[in-house]
Design a protein around this ligand. Sequence first.
Ligand code: GLA
Length: 744
Amino acid sequence: MKPLTPLLLLSLLPAIAFADKVELRTPNNSFVVELKQGAEPQFLYYGPALKSQDIENLEKASDANWSCADLYPAYGATHTQNEICLAMRHSDGNMSTQMLIDSWKESNVNDLAPNGAKRSGQLLTITLSDPLYPITVHLYYLAYDDVDMIESWTDITNGEKKTVTLTQFYNPLLPVRRGNVYWTHFNGSWASEAQLIELPLANGLVEVKNKDGLRNSATDRNEIMLSLDGPARENEGDVIGAALCYSGNFRITIDTDESDYHQYFAGINPDNSEYHLKRGETFTTPHSAYTYSTRGTNGATQAFHNWARKYQLRHANQERMILLNSWEGVYFNINQEGMDQMMKDIASMGGELFVMDDGWFGDKYPRNIDNSSLGDWVVDTRKLPDGIPGLLRDAKKNGVKFGIWIEPEMANTVSELYEAHPDWIIKAPGREPVQGRGGTQVVLDLTNPKVQDFAFSIFDNLLSNYPEIAYIKWDANAPVMNHGSQYLPMDEQSHLYIKYHEALIQLCQRIRAKYPDVIIQDCASGGGRANYGLLPYFDEFWVSDNTDGLQRIFMQWGTSYFFPAIAMASHISAVPNHAVFRTTSLKYRCDVAMSGRLGMEIQPKNMTDDEKAFCRQVITDYKRVRPVIQFGDLYRLHSPYAGDNLASLMYVSQDKQQAVFFWWKLETFKNQHVPRIKMAGLESDKYYTVHELNRIDNKPLSCEGKSYSGAFLMQTGLEMPYTHDVDHNKLNDWASRVLQLTAE
Ligand code: GLA
C-alpha cells in the first residue's frame, strides 16, 4: 500500500467541487480528461468516439494510483519517485513544483496549419499554476474536425522576479491502459534508416532518443505505434500512433510502473539542455500528434497520411515531378557538358526535372571532393563556365525543370566563408573544432542572427536571381560534434540545441514566406530529417542514401508507417549498388522505386538502349498511376519483416476506382513457397481489371486483362508466378510484380 498523499485524500472526498469531464472529439475518436480546480489534470480515456452517457460513467483504471493518470506531473511537491513532465529550479533554488488547475477553456479553432492550409478543430486550454510560485503552464489539446488527430503541447511562463531553470519539459503524458500492449519503433543508421522493431511493453522503462543535434531521424525516430491487444495487425485491433513533431534532440520514454497504465512521455531531450527562462519569458514545447485506430496499424497510418497530406506537407495536392538527381551518377564530377547530357537523357526517358547535386560550387576552393568549400555558394566557373544561367538554358532546351543541391547550415574549415567568419561555427569554447565529413566539415551556429541571415541569403540569392529554379535539395551532413555556441553567452550555452532548432524553423518560415512555390527536399545524410517538425516547410524527404532495391523495401516499409508515399523520394540507381554492392535487376529496382515518389539516381550514359527503353516505359506508366500512389490510401499487405521472403503493399484511390499493387520476393531458393496475397481497401462489389506494369515476361500473366471482384481479390487474391518468364540469358534471381487495377 502506498501511503495516502494529501492529493489522494482529496480525490476521495465525495463532493467533486467544480469537477468536469471534458471530451475532445475527432471524427472517430474521443479523448476525455477530468478537470477540477485546484487539482492535477487527470486522464480518463482515449479511444473510439463515446456517447455522452458513457462519458458520464467513465472511470479510471481501478488500480490507478495518484501518479499515473496525472497528465502533467511536475517534480518535487507531490511527484518525486515517478517519471515527470516538468522539472525546474526556481529562482530561489527550490526544486519543487506543483502544477494545479486554475481554469480551462474550450474554443473553436479556424486557423492555418503549419503548411499554410486552413484547418478547423476544437482547442482545449488548461491553465495550471503553482500555489507557491508564479509559474504558469498552459496545456493545449487540439482536436481536428476532419482527421483523427489530436495535437498536444505546452507553454511555460515564468512570472517569478528572476530567472528559473527548466531541467525537464515534456509534453503532457499519455497514459495507455495496460493489457497486452506492444510498441513499434524505428531505429537505423546511415544507409539503413527506419528499421522496424516491435516488442512487448513489460514492466520497466523503455526509451528512444536522439542527441545528434541536427539530424533527428538518422538513428531512433520520434514516431511510435502502440498496439493495445497483442502484436500489431495491419487491419484489425486497436493501435495508437504517436509522433513528436520536432526536428531537434528528443526523448520518448514509456514507463511501466506498478500502476494500470503505461505512461508515454515525449519531448525535447533535456540532456545538456537545461533552459534558463527569464522573468516574463515563455517556453513553448513542440507538438505531439496522436491518433487512435480500431483498424489496426493501417488505420493509424492512414490517419497520419491524411493529416500529412492536408496539414503538414507543402503542396501536398500537387503531383510530384519525376526527376534525375546527379549524385550517384557523377558524384562531384560536375561540368556543363555532363549536366546537359544528363538533362537530355532524363528528358528522353520522360523525366520532368533534373537536380544537380553536390560539387557545383567553390571559387578559391573548388568542391572536388567532400573536404572543402561548403559555405562558398558561388558557381565554380571552371566546371560550369556559363553558370546557373547556362544550366537553366540547357534545362529549357531539354524541356525539363532544374533543381540544385545546397547544404546551408554547414561550412568546411577549408572555405572562404570560414576564413572570413571562424566565429560563425559551433565549437566548444576554448577548444579546437572537431571536424566531420571530409576531415573539415563544421556546423554553422544558427543561433547567431548573422548566420541566419547568411543561410537565408543562400536561398534568396539563388531564387531571386534565378526564379526558374524549381527545386532545392537541402542537405545537412553533420551532427553537433562538440558543444558550444560562439554567439550565445556562457550562461546560455545549454540553450544551443533548442535555440538551433528554433532558428532552423524560423529560417524555414522566412524562406517559405518569400518562396512559397519552390519545391524543397529535406535531406540529411539520407533520411536523417524525416520528421513532422520540419516537414511542413518541405515537399518531400530523401529516404536514404542506400538505394539498393532490396534494402529499400525494408526502409520504405518502416518509413511508410507515418509518412505518405508522396513525401518519400525513391530513386532507381545503378548496380552494384553504391551502399551495399548488391546487384539487383533493373526491373526490381524500378518496381521498388515506383512505390514512392519516383526518380532516378544514375548515370544514364552508362545504361544500354534496352535499359533506357525499359525506364522510359516505367516513367510513362508511373505518370498514369502517379495520382493513385501519391494521393491514394496505402494498404500494407505482407511485411518484409515477417521473415518469409515476401513483401507486398498496394495503393487505392480515394474513390476506389483505381489501385496499384506491388509484390516483391525478397530472396530465391528452389522449392521455396510464398503465400498468396489478399488485397485490401477495394470495394467488394466492384470488378477490377488487372494490367501488369513494368512487364518483362515473354507471356502475359494469366490474370492479365481479366476482371475480378473486389471481394475475390481481398478474400482470395491472385496467384503470382515465383519467377519471370524471360529468355535464358535474361534469367536472374529477382522477382517482382506491379499490377494496375481499374474498376469497370
Ligand atoms: C548526402 C546526401 C546525398 C548527396 C550527398 C552529397 O550524403 O544524402 O544524397 O546529396 O550528401 O554530398
